[in-house]
Design a binder for this molecule. Structure first.
Ligand SMILES: [Zn+2]
Ligand SMILES: [Zn+2]
Length: 177
């Protein structure tokens, strides 16, 4: 992995959650877990995930650590292993989320991408991560059918209004564990 040693201290410093990770629906920061409905800002870790098509957010969720774990527990072991390996091999961290963190393609030129932030209270504890649609597909291919079904059920159960053709990148929790 290509690590810039000078950037590391900034990586561990938490920063306020940027507006790009605010809830469009709530017109402000996420307040509750999309899955269990509990308050997010009580010190627990949580993860925000938004999918953009162009400048428009077409999907958003904030999931507390506990709910995230419940989902990934159902992923097959092989899939978890593949996710970890993919992230380790391809993830290139930067401070500013200006391009895909996996292929380096500039964000302004990507038609669809997922942005993920690991948060605690009102802060990002790690720089947000961007994954373009193509890299999302590459990662998706590494998952077992069972794992893809778990993901599908999770989305279907929690977001009944999400269109079936919306290609959601997999849960990136692997990055944060
Ligand atoms: Zn929850
Ligand atoms: Zn990419």
């Amino acid at each position: 992995m290509d690590f810039d040693p000078d950037a590391i201290p900034n990586f561990i410093k938490s920063t306020p959650i940027p507006e790009v990770l605010f809830s469009v629906y709530e017109s402000g920061p996420f307040k509750t877990c999309t899955v269990c409905g509990e308050v997010l800002t009580d010190g627990r870790l949580y993860e925000i995930q938004k999918v953009f098509r162009g400048k428009e957010a077409v999907f958003e969720m904030a999931v507390c650590h506990k709910c995230g774990e419940n989902v990934s527990k159902e992923f097959s072991e092989q899939s978890m292993e593949n996710i970890k390996n993919f992230l380790l091999a391809n993830f290139k961290p930067t401070l500013e989320p200006l391009h895909c963190h996996f292929c380096g393609f500039p964000r302004g030129l990507i038609s669809s991408f997922t942005i993920v932030g690991a948060c605690k209270e009102n802060s990002l504890i790690l720089p947000s991560v961007i994954m373009c649609e193509k890299c999302g597909e590459r990662l998706q291919e590494k998952l077992s059918r069972k794992t893809r079904e778990v993901q599908g059920d999770f989305i279907h159960d929690n977001f009944p209004g999400v269109p079936a053709d919306l290609d959601l990148s997999p849960n990136l929790s692997g990055l944060f564990t």
